[in-house]
Design a protein. Structure first.
Lengths: 301, 375, 318
């Protein structure tokens, strides 16, 4: 039982990161019906930019740990958001009226480009965050090992997700995003500037992805230029699992995927962990073809 | 549309043909290394070292009175790209080839070089079967997995561990080593309480560590690579679990310490000796020069072994007094004895493997230095 | 096609056939690599291009074929080219089995399922499923193919084997495209509901496309195994599926000449960019992006089918 609970918390911690990245996929998909395969690389950029800013500005030394990290998170989110918007402008906007899969290939090209740019700038070796920036306190809850940072990471992810959810559901801009997701041309007729909505989506999604990258860097300490593929694929799986285009779905999907992986590794086999996760995904899709929280769309005739 | 196709074929053909014509005033030595892809850091290290050594050799007058020219090709760390890289090197008139890192990648190129009559010396490929095929012109500076497996089992025994957990990463190399060690340990009656594989390139291994801890080993043998080892050590420390770890030779990389930080202290690993630990003049001179040129220590032992491959090939050409493949191979098999390598003395047996005991046991000290152990 | 076009195609093919005489081994081997990818991309084109089914796990079927061939050859000493039908059958049946429950999924959900299948197959191979795949080491010692007593060994010889098979594939797939089957697939791609309304059994046709495309990839796998003489799971990773996906879309989904051209670019360009050393993949990524932006429909998109009434009247005399 104790091991089970421990594995559950292990899974939730990883799942929180997946969920945060998955939001970027799902938001872009919701509005553009585009799978942004370069999103994982934006996540990597978050991790690398965070490292550069952290070491060059020495924020945590100057203004203290909490404030320093907060400023760092905001800076990284801002920079990655700008990068995301640039990506949209260069690789996706020219393809908006084209077949959907063309944009997918453009995204894959962009992904290769972004990844190799990082390799050339930073070199191929693993980059490492300075050791012992984070307080290494461990909470001991009924014999479970839970590092404090893990709790903070999960809390931060959940906070960002909730903020995003409220933003989408309760504000005028959020309503515009939802409207554009449902029907772009109708939204345009209602006076919504769809181009701005798309730009906004490409600022928000990458910002969250960049934040996730920074958190991974801060907590695990080790980043490399190909990590975006691994995390991106997991997050994309999570977004589909929850029903792509659906924001709560991405959160549920991410957390669930993390837990499936941890429990699969614990009780079936570590080596087959990813295969187990994909099997569960396929089974779920057979039962619910549009994911857990995806809408059931009847074919229009 | 067919015209476009044709133009394209012609363009590809023309461009690929570049660099075909060569004058005979240099001796060309090929380097096949993973410059891109997931092993890019190893490949770039190999390139740095071989280029430095070639520069030095040329300053000393080259070989056979000619300058040495290093021709580098990217194998991308994958078999298909490697076979193309190998084909490309064979058309460039190289006398010998140094490389490459991964065993499967080397294997994809072995026959191509053999059929083209070019001696090859691999630096990172430890899979046993590479030298069991009877290829007369294939050598390697890397030791073999069975040798390392033997050494791992022996080390575990000497350190007095009774319950061993073995963790690999499903790569051909790590699985091979894990299997070797597993069989030997079982034969000796040591209990193996855990045997499984992690998925490389992830960041969070706590789920695996939790399971490992549940198995209650008194030592963990991790046969995979340093990025995962670093994270395992770090996350193990975070769990307040103080089990010792022993790693395979893929952990001899300075980045291990960067990743694991203080948590690396007490970590054992097996490796051929580093240039730092040799008192030969060659090794000392190489270290100073390398640090002077690149302002860092060599990134890993595998890059150093590529440097040794290069030096061995130069010695082979000089010793055979010719760039003839058979003569070079004969010289390396028979006449090269006790060559002063950057990773200890080098000599080759009939299969092209290194003779003698290559492995040493290292332990990470409190300052994150790799200290050679006497066991 | 009119006479001039036939003439052009014919002379190009003839020129291509004598190309190995003028090229060095490396260049011929690049052409072989292109040929293999062209074969795989043509088979994927059937699924993704003609039927419009998002498949990003094609490497799984390719792997099934290669492993079937390798296992039959190394364990039962069946000559490697004889394993072609078995490889095709194994890959095709496997595709039918996995596609059966998921083929009705909508686009992107199908995409992730196929990615998943690709990964599951790779992980199964790495973990030495049933103890016959050799784990991460893969299978080695696959014998060279033998054709009419001639052992195929050098790249120049493989050139004719591979491109001969490509030629046959193009011929068959062009016929298939014109057939009732091919037209049904296109209908399906353009408007599934309308297709179903016109009495096309959509699930049946989708499965047929999957099975046939996979079978062809399986046979390409045999050629790959024969050429490399060693296969390991890493040769069939997710990246391979992505490359094939890119070839089909870049060429122009459903366009056979487009797919061929794209195979030349996607496989050939990284080789051309070897001069850039470490930056070669960066340039490649950029080129992919730019090409797609410049030609969003693909390089050589399919044009709608044209039937000239006048010509038909003349032909039939009515």
């Amino acid at each position: 039982m104790e091991e089970f609970l421990q594995q559950l918390t292990n899974g939730l911690a990883v799942g929180g990161i997946y969920a945060l990245i998955a939001l970027g996929y799902t938001m872009v998909y919701g509005v553009l019906k585009l799978i942004n395969f370069a999103h994982g690389d934006l996540f990597t950029y978050g991790a690398y930019l965070g490292l550069t800013l952290l070491t060059s500005l020495a924020l945590t030394d100057r203004v203290g740990f909490a404030l320093g990290v907060l400023v760092l998170v905001l800076m990284v989110m801002g920079l990655v958001a700008i990068l995301g918007a640039m990506l949209e402008r260069a690789a996706y906007r020219p393809l908006r009226e084209s077949p959907r899969l063309s944009a997918v290939v453009s995204a894959l090209g962009a992904s290769i480009f972004l990844q190799n740019t990082l390799m050339l700038v930073y070199g191929a070796r693993f980059q490492v965050y300075p050791d012992e920036i984070l307080p290494a306190a461990t909470l001991d809850v009924f014999g479970l090992y839970i590092p404090l940072m893990r709790v903070l990471i999960v809390l931060a992810s959940v906070a960002m997700m909730v903020a995003l959810y409220l933003f989408i559901q309760k504000t005028r801009i959020g309503t515009a995003i939802r409207a554009a997701a449902i029907d772009q041309s109708a939204a345009r007729l209602m006076g919504i500037d769809v181009n701005r909505v798309i730009l906004l989506v490409f600022l928000l999604g990458p910002a969250l992805g960049g934040a996730a990258g920074l958190m991974v860097g801060l907590y695990y300490g080790q980043v490399n230029f190909t990590m975006g593929w691994v995390y991106g694929m997991k997050a994309f799986t999570a977004a589909i699992l929850g029903g792509i285009g659906n924001i709560p779905g991405a959160m549920v999907g991410g957390l669930l995927l993390g837990v499936i992986e941890a429990l699969g590794a614990a009780y079936v086999s570590i080596a087959w962990k990813d295969a187990i996760a994909f099997c569960v995904l396929i089974l779920i899709l057979i039962v619910r073809p549009t994911g857990l929280l995806g809408e059931r769309v009847a074919d229009k005739i | 549309m067919k015209k476009q196709l044709l133009t394209l074929v012609a363009a590809v053909g023309l461009a690929l043909g570049g660099g075909m014509v060569q004058a005979a005033d240099t001796v060309k030595i090929g380097l096949m290394a993973p410059l891109t892809g997931s092993w890019a850091s190893e490949g770039q290290g190999m390139k740095k070292i071989v280029e430095l050594l070639a520069e030095q050799q040329n300053a000393k007058g080259g070989v056979l009175g000619k300058k040495i020219e290093v021709v580098t090709e990217d194998d991308g760390g994958d078999a298909r790209t490697a076979s193309l890289a190998a084909q490309r090197l064979t058309t460039k008139g190289v006398a010998t080839v140094v490389g490459t890192y991964g065993s499967a990648v080397t294997e994809a190129s072995q026959n191509i070089y053999d059929e083209a009559g070019i001696p090859q010396i691999a630096n990172g490929s430890t899979a046993i079967r590479l030298t069991e095929k009877g290829l007369k012109k294939f050598f390697r500076t890397a030791p073999r997995d069975d040798e390392q497996g033997r050494m791992a089992a022996q080390t575990i025994e000497k350190l007095g561990f009774k319950k061993v957990a073995i963790l690999h990463d499903s790569s051909a190399y790590a699985k091979g080593l894990a299997d070797e060690a597993n069989a030997l340990l079982k034969k000796k009656g040591t209990e193996v309480v855990f045997f499984d594989a992690l998925t490389p390139k992830e960041s969070d291994y706590t789920a695996i560590l939790t399971k490992l801890k549940g198995a209650g080993p008194d030592v963990v043998l991790f046969t995979g690579y340093y990025p995962e080892a670093g994270l395992l050590l770090k996350q193990k420390k975070g769990m307040n679990w103080n089990v010792p770890f022993i790693g395979g030779d893929a952990n001899n990389n300075a980045d291990l310490i960067k990743i694991a930080g203080k948590a690396a202290e007490g970590f054992y690993f097996l490796s051929p000796p580093q240039p730092q630990d040799l008192d030969t003049a060659d090794a000392k001179a190489f270290l100073t020069d390398y640090q002077k040129k690149y302002n860092e220590l060599p990134p890993s032992i595998w890059a150093v072994l590529a440097g040794d491959g290069f030096r061995v090939m130069v010695a082979g050409i000089a010793g055979a007094k010719s760039t003839d493949a058979t003569k070079i191979a004969d010289y390396l098999h028979k006449d090269l004895k006790n060559f002063s390598g950057l990773s200890g003395p080098i000599a080759f047996d009939a299969k092209g493997d290194r003779e003698g005991e290559v492995y040493r046991v290292y332990k990470v000290d409190a300052d994150g230095k790799f200290v050679m152990q006497k066991l | 096609m009119n006479r001039a076009a036939w003439l052009g195609t014919g002379s190009c093919a003839a020129l291509f056939a004598v190309a190995p005489l003028f090229l060095n081994t490396y260049q011929v081997d690049v052409l072989n690599s292109i040929g293999l990818y062209a074969l795989l991309a043509l088979s994927l084109n059937l699924i993704l291009g003609e039927a419009g089914l998002f498949n990003m796990g094609h490497a799984a079927f390719y792997a099934m074929g290669a492993y079937t061939a390798a296992i039959l050859n190394t364990r039962y000493q069946i000559p490697i080219l004889w394993t072609l039908p078995f490889s095709g059958l194994a890959a095709g049946l496997f595709a039918l089995a996995v596609a059966r429950p998921v083929v009705h999924l909508r686009g992107d959900y199908l995409l992730i399922v196929t990615i998943g299948v690709g990964e599951i197959v790779r992980i199964a191979l790495v973990n030495d499923v049933f103890g016959i795949t050799g784990g991460a080491n893969g299978i080695f010692g696959i014998s060279r193919p033998r054709l009419f007593g001639w052992v195929i060994r050098r790249p120049e010889e493989f050139f004719y084997l591979i491109w001969g098979f490509v030629g046959l594939t193009i011929f068959l797939f062009l016929r298939l495209k014109q057939s009732r089957f091919g037209r049904a697939l296109n209908y399906l791609r353009e408007d599934e509901v309308a297709a179903e309304g016109s009495g096309i059994n959509t699930d049946h046709y989708k499965l047929a496309a999957f099975g046939l495309g996979a079978a062809w990839a399986g046979m390409a796998g045999t050629l790959f195994a024969a050429k490399m003489t060693i296969i390991s799971p890493e040769s069939f990773n997710f990246w391979e599926s992505v490359v094939l996906f890119m070839i089909v879309i870049l060429g122009g989904a459903g366009s056979i000449p487009g797919v061929l051209l794209a195979a030349f670019l996607v496989v050939g360009l990284p080789e051309l960019f070897r001069e850039f050393a470490g930056a070669r993949m960066l340039v490649f990524g950029l080129v992919m992006m730019v090409m797609m932006v410049i030609r969003p429909q693909g390089l050589l998109p399919t044009r709608g089918r044209h039937f000239s009434l006048a010509a038909r009247v003349k032909e039939t005399g009515r």
